[in-house]
Design a protein around this ligand. Structure first.
Ligand code: IVH
Length: 681
């Protein structure tokens, strides 16, 4: 068949593009486009090559299973090739039906024949790894590489706390396969650290695009010392070579045996009869996806019987007995329509990317915060750019990277405005600070609006019905300038506003009246003092007992309050030294705001004050939040990571790298019973 020039050129262009992107992805760990986009290009090329076999070249990216090996690691030839898995393109329920129908057809089953038993698993979004145990001891770990030859990453894998160095009761030779991944919380913390390093001027540091990328980067990091600072997790889902040991008949039994031998296996793996139960699993996992502590990009279905697996065999490099059924992508491409600057309650200016609406991670995203000017420059986001947007779990959507070769010529570098976009006051960035702030204070109507909304919110003065629209109107009309003005409103002021009837106006006045009876913590929180959140407000109220004590407290006295450090103490002190803030407080009291006051709390003895505790793993009866609450009530500080300053690590089941770190640093390790004894003093 002759090949039209257009198709030949397109195939060449696709090959070029795919080579470029797979190099970025596999070798440099710096992808420039989301996976979904890569898959689409890949499928387009595959379709062209299927249509015109003459186009097929041996070096086509479609002819390779996985990535490429990185210079610097020894090569490992897999005894049993590490296969790829076919992806069901249909995201809807029919994906599971198509797979079941294919399997039944291959096995020669008819309509009335019994349903097939499957194992349904999560499709973890990380990096495939093969672990070789000999005599129960981990002797080698390898990446998949191209499926035939991978990289020897044993040194790095040994640093992963969840991967046992020794198994109990395993066969003499066991090659386990599974996924190394990074939990979302570990990923966020890692990027936080990276950002700090960059802010301190470290060269050659970068933030990671997503947990999978961070995990891949860590495993394939040439320096095991650096690899060990990147918290990784692991789930086993299969095996390669097995020699000796008991015989197994099903995939499920083998997974359970892996668990008994000491390997982490997911407790979300289930047996499913026929297509209906696969569909039910796909839907249930789809609903739970956001709440999982790690990213998944779909589910995997596998025929449970090993005999049937054998009978089904393979097509090219994909088994006929397994399929991946994906979920909507958590990363998408879109364009930046503008970069607006938003003014917050404390005057902080935040650049926000307004995006062409895009459906990602199950929601339509129209804007994403860019945090501050440095962040915009680090990612080099410009108006008109094509960007990768990520939304995973309940994490807010983020612009993770720009696609450099889709930038229009002449796209301008973003600069923070020198003046506040709302009030025109100077916008300044203080030495050593990342944020620009409007210097207008309560002269700035944006700050005034936020201050009033903050004061009125449910957790502060709880003024029902005083929402954003109403506050906007009142501030714009000049009816309200300061907080006490709220309590001087009359019916006439309110009904003069747009769309405000008699009844609604009366409701607002009633809500204002009701809010006058409040509590000291609510009042303090409502003032909007920088760094004073609800819990600090509660601590202050408990410590001092009454407002006057707080108004006149010195920085030293404020530092006596549990959890109040120098920055917070300074901020509180500075706030109350401002005459106009004192004036506002006096006027609010004069308007009738009141609360119960008391004496300074005689501090109950706190057995754990000054102690730092880290929680890891799952405790038998206490949830993590419960344990944290108990510890904090006893005066302890609960930290997220283990350091020399940690006094105790409380470890439960499936405790990971934090436990290793504790052992390494010689930090005291407790189980739940130990924790209870500690709390009891
Ligand atoms: S089974 C022969 N099960 O998805 C079947 N793979 O190409 C081999 N993956 O990168 C794969 N979760 O690492 C299997 N529960 C799971 C999986 C899983 C994630 C990854 C795997 C590979 C890709 C499949």
């Amino acid at each position: 068949m002759s090949i039209p020039a257009r198709d030949r050129e397109r195939a060449d262009a696709l090959r070029e593009l795919l080579h470029h992107h797979s190099h970025q992805y596999y070798v440099l760990d710096t992808p420039e486009i989301p996976d979904a986009e890569y898959d689409q290009l890949f499928r387009e090329l595959q379709a062209l090559e299927e249509k015109y076999p003459g186009l097929l070249a041996p070096d086509s990216p479609t002819q390779r299973v996985g990535g490429k090996t990185l210079e610097g690691f020894a090569k490992v030839r897999h005894k049993v090739p590490m296969l790829s898995i076919r992806t069901e393109t249909d995201i809807e329920a029919s994906g599971a039906r198509n797979f079941d129908a294919r399997v039944r057809r291959e096995l020669g089953l008819k309509d009335g024949d019994p349903a097939i038993e499957y194992v349904a698993e999560l499709k973890f979004d990380g990096l495939a790894i093969s672990l070789r145990y000999e005599g129960g001891v981990l002797v080698q770990a390898a990446t998949r590489g191209d499926g035939e030859v991978g990289e020897d990453v044993t040194q790095n894998i040994r640093t992963v706390g969840q991967i046992p160095l020794k198994l109990r009761g395993a066969p003499p030779v066991l090659e386990v396969r599974g996924e190394v991944y990074m939990r979302r919380d570990d990923f966020e913390r890692l990027n936080e650290l990276q950002r700090e390093k960059i802010a301190r001027g470290a060269k050659n540091e970068k933030t990671f695009v997503n947990p999978r990328n961070a995990a891949a980067g860590a495993v394939r990091q040439l320096d095991p010392g650096i690899a060990r600072q990147r918290p990784l997790s692991f789930y086993a889902y299969g095996w390669g070579e097995i020699e000796g040991g008991p015989a197994f008949e099903t995939h499920y039994e083998l997974l359970q045996a892996l668990g008994r031998w000491g390997l982490p296996v997911s407790d979300r793996t289930v047996l499913a009869m026929g297509a209906d139960e696969l569909i039910a699993y796909h839907q249930a996992v789809g609903r739970e996806r956001d709440g999982l502590p790690f990213d998944i990009d779909g589910v995997v279905y596998k025929v449970n019987s090993l005999a049937l697996q054998k009978q089904l065999g393979f097509v090219t490099r994909e088994p006929r007995w397994a399929v991946a059924h994906k979920f909507p992508a958590q990363e998408q491409l879109t364009t930046v329509e503008s970069i607006d600057v938003y003014v917050g309650r404390t005057g902080k200016l935040t650049p926000v990317a307004r995006l062409k609406p895009v459906f990602v991670g199950g929601v339509t995203v129209t804007n994403a915060t860019l945090h501050n000017e440095d962040e915009v420059h680090r990612k080099d986001v410009r108006v008109g750019d094509t960007v990768i947007v990520r939304r995973a779990g309940d994490v807010i959507p983020e612009v993770v990277a720009v696609v450099p070769d889709r930038r229009a010529a002449g796209a301008a570098v973003f600069h923070m405005p020198a003046t506040c976009p709302v009030c025109g006051s100077a916008a300044l960035r203080e030495e050593g600070e990342a944020d620009h702030r409007c210097t207008g204070g309560l002269f700035c109507s944006a700050q005034r609006k936020h201050a009033i909304l903050h004061f009125a919110q449910r957790r502060a003065l709880d003024i029902e019905g005083l929402g954003e629209k109403l506050v906007d109107q009142m501030v714009d009309a000049g009816v309200i300038r300061t907080l006490p003005d709220l309590y001087r409103l009359g019916l006439a002021n309110l009904v003069a506003l747009d769309r405000m009837g008699d009844k609604s106006a009366q409701n607002v006045l009633a809500a204002l009246e009701k809010s006058k009876a409040t509590t000291l913590p609510r009042f303090l929180y409502g003032l909007g003092i920088r760094h004073v959140g609800e819990s600090t407000a509660r601590d202050l109220a408990r410590h001092f007992g009454n407002l006057d004590g707080i108004l006149d407290a010195s920085v030293e006295q404020l530092l006596q309050v549990p959890d109040v450090g120098p920055v917070v103490a300074e901020s509180i002190h500075a706030f109350f030294r401002q005459p106009h803030n004192r004036e506002v407080i006096e006027q609010l009291r004069a308007c009738g705001l009141h609360w119960e006051e008391g004496e300074p709390a005689a501090r109950a003895p706190q057995p754990l004050s000054g102690k730092t505790v880290v929680l890891t793993g799952t405790l038998p009866t206490l949830s993590r939040d419960e344990a944290k609450e108990l510890l904090e009530a006893a005066g302890a500080k609960v930290a997220g990571s283990v350091s020399k300053k940690t006094d105790y690590v409380v470890a439960g089941a499936e405790a990971g790298s934090k436990l290793d770190k504790a052992r390494e640093l010689g930090v005291a390790i407790l189980d739940e019973d130990g924790l209870r004894q500690l709390l009891a003093g």
